[in-house]
Design a protein around this ligand. Structure first.
Ligand SMILES: CCCCC/C=C/CC(=O)SCCNC(=O)CCNC(=O)[C@H](O)C(C)(C)COP(=O)(O)OP(=O)(O)OC[C@H]1O[C@@H](n2cnc3c(N)ncnc32)[C@H](O)[C@@H]1OP(=O)(O)O
Length: 390
């Protein structure tokens, strides 16, 4: 809503200390002797420096006080019923009745002083300060109503250790309760994720195999369950190749943005394993039976453009502009009405929740058996001995 004079623009400007100083000096002048014309002009300039948009209700109040101060009571005809913006502005001004110009000026200065104080205290902190503590395998940050969960084992291609599964679940749990609008999962480095860390299958004492397979299936059930039940929009920002479980759970995301460098690979049969992440249900639904079979059964690796053509990926961006384009898009989406967005997500998901949990349970009990198979053990040993052969 554009409001001439009083609230013309909200742009980046003075740093926090200068904002605080100006807010303080405005506050001191108003309490001492009432706001002067100079205070009023200074407040008008101050409004232009606010970093945070104060919202339409406050802008209307500022507009009304500005008009009352500069022109006195409203005596122009009320705009027509379809001229919604001018009618709202007129109503706000008219509501001030015969408020004296000096009082309106004082109220304007007071309001700007309050806005400046809260604006300076809510200014964006540097990245290091925004980083949430307590995670070893992730970097979790919140900014612009977006919580970003970044897998952070770049040297291991963001392979998912048991600790990482647990930390992702904790981060999702926290994000479901924070004041964010969107949640993003992404990877640090050249890979999005190389899937399950194959070391998870190693160093298990011989007598403990069955117990460990059972524990693994429980962990996987809970991990995938978090994605099924997650109440807010989930966005995958696929910065590079994705393998295994990092691909299959994409069927549970709401948006999947990929760099054109990304690939999508689910080599389950090669590893003696079977699909998880509800992909045995979501992939045929997304891309049709034949294409899903080629990926999940025969391990066909898709390029980002192929994955987009098959509906697994929402949109592909050139790698050179990937981060910039995606984050601009997400920042715009994060300003959408939060409750409406969350309710829409939940309405869509609720139709499928029961089915997805049943699929998750079924996939995990099959996998629990697979992990004990020779086919699986041989594939893991073959991967781990690969370097020794070189
Ligand atoms: C609780 C249990 C839940 C189980 C859920 C089940 C999920 C199923 C899956 O996710 S199946 C998919 C499993 N993933 C893979 O099979 C991928 C294995 N990795 C590779 O094939 C390759 O590493 C690569 C293609 C991802 C990358 O190859 P590249 O040659 O570019 O790089 P390196 O191989 O040298 O990798 C760098 C270091 O990272 C280690 N690493 C990479 N991925 C994994 C992995 N998934 N598990 C364990 N380690 C991995 C790799 O060993 C190198 O380590 P090093 O530097 O110490 O040598």
């Amino acid at each position: 809503m554009a409001m001439a004079g009083a609230v013309r623009c909200w742009r980046l400007g003075a740093g926090p200390s200068s904002l605080q100083i100006q807010a303080l000096s405005l506050h001191m002048s108003k309490t001492a002797m009432g706001a002067s014309q100079k205070d009023f002009e200074s407040a008008m300039n101050q409004v232009k420096l606010l970093k945070k948009d104060p919202g339409n209700e406050v802008k209307l109040k500022l507009y009304a006080l500005y008009k009352q101060t500069t022109e006195g009571p409203c005596n122009t005809p009320r705009p027509g019923v379809f001229d919604l913006i001018n009618k709202a502005k007129w109503d706000a001004w008219n509501a001030l009745g015969n408020l004296p110009k000096e009082t309106a000026r004082q109220n304007y200065v007071d309001l700007v002083s309050d806005l400046s104080s809260s604006d300076s205290s809510s200014q964006v902190k540097p990245e290091a300060d925004r980083k949430q503590p307590g995670y070893e395998t992730l970097v979790v940050t919140s900014e612009d109503s977006i919580t970003k969960i970044m897998m952070n084992r770049p040297a291991k291609k963001n392979a998912l250790t048991v600790q990482m599964y647990r930390e992702i679940m904790l981060a999702l749990e926290a994000a479901s309760k924070d004041d964010s609008t969107l949640i993003v999962l992404t990877g640090n480095g050249d890979y999005y994720s190389s899937g399950n860390d194959l070391m998870n299958f190693m160093n298990i004492p011989p007598g403990e195999m069955e117990k460990e397979a059972k524990n693994g299936a429980i962990l996987l059930r809970d991990f995938v369950g978090c994605f099924i039940d997650f109440p807010k929009p989930l966005v995958a920002v696929i910065n590079g190749p994705a393998v295994g479980i990092s691909v299959t759970i994409l069927g549970l995301f709401d948006l999947v943005y990929a760099s054109d460098r990304a690939t999508f690979h689910t080599p389950f049969t090669h590893l003696g394993q079977s699909p998880e992440g509800c992909s045995s249900y979501t992939f045929p639904k997304i891309m049709g039976q034949a294409k899903a079979a080629e990926m999940l059964m025969f391990g066909k690796k898709l390029t980002a453009r192929e994955a987009c053509a098959q509906g697994l990926v929402t949109e592909v961006f050139p790698d050179s502009t990937f981060q910039k384009e995606v984050w601009t898009r997400l920042k715009a989406y994060s300003k959408l009405p939060r409750n409406a967005l969350h309710i829409s997500k939940q309405s869509i998901r609720n139709l499928e929740k029961e089915k997805l949990h049943a699929v998750n349970a079924g996939e995990n009990s099959v996998l629990q058996e697979r992990w004990l198979s020779d086919e699986c053990m041989n594939a893991v040993v073959s991967f781990l001995s690969r370097k020794a052969k070189l």
